[in-house]
Design a protein around this ligand. Structure first.
Ligand code: TNX
Length: 734
């Protein structure tokens, strides 16, 4: 410990005075910025001048600067001619806008409102060393900032981030970090997806069972295990008191928290807990996420009373003018067979069950209006027409769904999956979904809210903003993977929402990212995604293209993942055995990219011995056991229902196979979804006597230390899997 302090002090000794970078590398790019002549030197005696010495932004700034400078910084109401950072008000400036001027004499931040003041501070912080975010004591004695003048205001009023706290539960402390990080990027709406099939996350006083039971999934819980929760009791929730504190924390940072109570589908965490809210009818059709019995009945009048109670508590708790009722991906089959829904259809003169969705949405509108709020929902809420003019649509399925909403005159937030879903993969070699698209940083950046729309200026105003969303089915593992998915893509979103369209330029954005902003993200403590290098094998050499000029890329030659002690790439690598080389980009202490090999080299060849598979597990229609005898690793087969203790699946080789390791993957081929959560593998040298091997962990098991050629491998199920079905794959034999 002592030693590190010493070395840090030595390094800092040489840094005791500093100079702001010649380019300020501001993210999101301001509307107008002009570099001036001269510098302002921050040094001992610096005062922050604010009429109200208790003002949040002034104290926040003091706090941040105190950390990097070697002298105390005062907040005072007394103006001075020199050496100050002065806050002033100008009511003629736009909402959330600010003017920041740095001259030889001092710094001023002028704004019309609190938000503008806070954002002026955010821009100012970006003119200091990145450590201003980390609380690391740089002990600078002085720091010179080049003169500049910024005039800034947002392009859109709604600049959001949606976080699904249902599938993965996030602790309050962690949510506070997200609020800090968002507000550092001038994002101002946090849409919390508080309820879904897999967990109810907000205390409702009138129905304590919603969190008492609905917040927990597990083997003996009302909500079954799913998404790797296995046999663990998984969950958590926010009390109203805690949520109030979080709301206040967010408000100070100009972030509005918008609650979502997803209805009438995606609702197992309430339908399984509350009595008689479903139709009680059955269907073979699973919901989009594979759930059953997760739809509220629309024919029962008592349901509207319960929803009213819940909405009332949400409306009282959240100052947000919006309450989001979700409304997405409903399986209508339950309604089609329900006598109460049928009676309602008759009464309303409906022909199709989906028209009941429109009815339900309208009932939600009036309940929400009664509590003084505006309804918000996914674009499915417009499918049956007739929304109130204030009801706000979040377009997720496509740009066209956004256009449809605008043509209906609804205020619209753009969150289209194919550009703005943060649970999508960055690249084909990284974890994540890809059903909407693969979304590298440049693709997200390229998103333009008005793309593929021919809008009049009036219609353009209906696009109130943009948001990016993180669905969290895949986020419980590995630790902090959520941050990897969100950053740096949320920096791109910040620029889409804030900066002028004419200023958007990916090359420029990327250079600001790599020149300074990655350092800021690092100092904020974000475990952001680091980009891997590109590697090709050509003319007997491995040619490595760094993701950016200063990137540190390390490599191994034995197929293992590079570590901080692996050698650093400098120049091309001559080799006639490129298969086992792996490369990763490293950033700071602890961050690195995925490990990649050369793009044009087959990196791995598994053995492909002739094999047959037998099992007593019932498969879904059109699924065949032969599929997992082909060694096509993108293929899988799935069971019709959950598997049961005692069931087995056996791979038998035609001839015993000499090998060192057999990897038995289950679940989706590319994602940890629907695999064996309780079970083990066994193997046999003679096909008769089996030896017990490893238990499954996160849906995978390995057979190692083999002593003779293997004749058969068997998966033995010891308890139901998490998720609604179980998937099996080809063996990976080495
Ligand atoms: C679709 S987007 C969903 C979510 C899933 C997501 C996974 C939307 C309104 N529904 O329930 O989590 O896909 O990418």
């Amino acid at each position: 410990m002592k030693k590190t302090i010493l070395t840090i002090a030595m390094i800092l000794g040489s840094l005791a005075t500093g100079w702001c970078d010649s380019q300020p590398n501001i993210i999101p790019a301001p509307q107008k910025m002009q570099m001036g002549e001269g510098t302002f030197v921050v040094k001992k005696g610096l005062t922050i001048v604010s009429k109200d010495v208790k003002d949040f932004s002034a104290n926040y700034l003091q706090d941040k600067l105190d950390d990097v400078f070697d002298f105390p910084i005062a907040v005072s109401a007394q103006a001075k001619a020199q050496g100050c950072i002065t806050f002033a008000t100008d009511k003629s400036l736009p909402q959330e806008g600010y003017r920041l001027d740095v001259t030889d004499a001092g710094i001023t931040i002028v704004s019309a409102d609190e938000a503008g003041k806070y954002y002026g501070v955010q821009t100012l912080l970006q003119l200091f060393p990145a450590e201003v975010y980390s609380g690391e004591h740089l002990r600078l004695k002085e720091y010179a900032i080049g003169a500049l003048s910024v005039e800034d205001a947002p392009r859109f009023g709604y600049r959001g981030f949606m976080l699904d706290v249902s599938r993965t539960f996030f602790e309050l402390e962690y949510l506070r970090n997200y609020i800090d990080w968002m507000s550092n990027h001038k994002l101002n709406r946090l849409h919390l997806h508080l309820t879904d099939d897999n967990g109810w996350r907000i205390e409702i006083k009138k129905y304590p069972e919603l969190t008492g039971k609905g917040a927990w999934r597990g083997k003996n819980e009302v909500i079954p295990p799913t998404y790797l929760s296995g046999s663990e009791r998984y969950g958590g929730y926010y009390t109203q008191k805690e949520m109030k504190e979080l709301i206040a924390y967010a408000q100070k940072r100009n972030v509005m928290i918008i609650p979502e109570f997803d209805l009438p589908g995606h609702a197992l965490s309430s339908t399984a807990v509350l009595k008689d809210v479903t139709c009680g009818t059955k269907t073979e059709k699973a919901s989009a996420c594979g759930e059953f019995d997760n739809v509220w009945c629309v024919g029962k009048e008592s349901n509207y009373r319960i929803i009213d109670d819940i909405i009332k508590e949400l409306a009282d708790l959240f100052p947000s003018p919006y309450i989001n009722i979700g409304g997405d991906e409903v399986v209508f089959d339950y309604w089609a067979q329900c006598p109460e829904c049928q009676a309602l259809m008759k009464k309303e003169g409906y022909e199709k069950a989906e028209e009941l969705h429109g009815y339900f949405v309208k009932r939600m509108e009036s309940i929400i209006a009664k509590h003084g709020k505006v309804m918000m929902g996914w674009d499915d809420i417009q499918d049956n027409g007739g929304l109130r003019p204030t009801s706000t649509v979040v377009a997720w399925r496509s740009q066209a769904k956004g256009l449809e909403s605008i043509k209906h005159g609804q205020p619209t937030v753009m969150q289209t999956g194919d550009y703005l879903y943060l649970d999508m993969q960055y690249s084909s070699v990284e974890r994540g979904h890809n059903w909407a698209s693969i979304i590298p940083l440049d693709r997200m950046y390229s998103y333009e809210p008005y793309q593929d729309m021919q809008l009049t200026p009036e219609e353009e105003k209906l696009v109130i903003g943009v948001q990016a969303g993180l669905w969290t089915e895949l986020m419980q593992f590995p630790p902090r993977f959520a941050e990897y998915q969100v950053y740096p893509r949320l920096c791109a979103l910040a620029e889409i929402g804030w900066s002028a369209k004419e200023h958007k330029n990916y090359a420029d954005f990327y250079s600001r990212m790599v020149n300074k902003h990655y350092d800021r993200l690092y100092a904020m403590g974000i475990a952001f995604r680091v980009e891997p290098p590109k590697v090709v094998y050509q003319d007997a050499q491995l040619k490595v293209t760094l993701p950016y000029p200063s990137a540190v890329v390390r490599y191994t030659m034995d197929g293992t993942e590079p570590t901080v002690t692996s050698p650093v790439v400098s120049g091309n690598i001559v080799t006639d055995a490129p298969q086992k080389f792996r490369f990763s980009t490293f950033f700071g202490r602890g961050l690195h990219s995925v490990a990649v090999g050369a793009e044009n080299v087959e990196l791995h060849r598994y053995l492909t011995p002739e094999v047959s598979v037998t099992s007593d597990i019932e498969l879904q229609k059109n699924n065949k056991l032969e599929t997992i005898t082909t060694y096509n690793f993108s293929k899988m087969i799935r069971s019709k229902t959950k598997v049961k203790a005692g069931q087995t699946l056996t791979y038998t080789f035609k001839e015993p196979v000499a090998c060192t390791t057999i990897h038995v993957p289950t679940g989706y081929a590319t994602l940890p979804f629907y695999g064996v959560s309780d079970g083990y593998v066994e193997y046999s040298y003679d096909g008769v006597n089996f030896i017990k091997g490893e238990d499954f962990h996160h849906y995978h098991a390995y057979i190692r230390n083999l002593e003779a050629p293997v004749k058969a491998v068997r998966i033995v199920i010891t308890d139901a899997n998490d998720g609604w079905s179980c998937c099996f794959q080809n063996l990976k034999i080495e």
